[in-house]
Design a protein around this ligand. Sequence first.
Ligand SMILES: [Zn+2]
Length: 261
Amino acid sequence: MTDSPAPTTEIQQPHDWRPDRFMVIVAHPDDADFGPAATAARWIDAGSVGWLVCCTSGDQGGEDPDADPAELGLLREAEQRAAADVVGYAGVTFLNQPDGALVNDLVLREQLVREIRTFRPDAVLTQDPDVLIHPGGGINHTDHRAAGIAAIDAVYPAARNPMAFPALARGGLAAHRVRRLYLFWTAQPTAWVDVSATIGRKVDALRAHASQIHEPDGLAVRIGEWAAEDGARIGTSAAEDFRVVVIDDDEEEAAAVEAQP
Ligand SMILES: [Zn+2]
């Protein structure tokens, strides 16, 4: 929460680094599709392998107090799997934590370390936990903040420390160094990825969340408008923005990130 972003008229370089393997960690089904889906699709199209982890199954994502949360959770898992197929993820894991009550505790951290050490991503994408109130107004859901900080704590230091959760290493899941974090829904963007070729896939993925999205055509327009705003930062028709954190020393990328506002 330091420098304000540069004026929107200032054109930045598009962010071109691509991880060979990346993991998206989110609180709910549909978060990844409202979030970095078009970037994920771009990277997958270029040869990356992506994996999605949903901490909850979104079992409180409705308006009916008499609805069966377990049934809703199963429906939302199916919707998320269909959306993940549209984006091209290699797979989805649901950690089955309680919707609306996600907590960054050691149980969740161990679950995430297990996922990271199993899939071994170069980059982890997650929700920026520093955002309590979105810059445009609106409260960032408690589960989003919990998922983001849990993902960060799992990436560093736990996943790379062989003595953290030693039963995992003894069971064959060796320590793993995630090289960088991409935080989305951030108030402090440092990187803009050109998604002009894949923004349609993001909209198609969102349409799979039929229990949550009741006016998909209106949503498609809004998604396009938001992406166009970010696209203007790099002189393209659509972009997604991230706060990139380079964890391991990588001089080329660190210099590129620092050159951003
Ligand atoms: Zn959510």
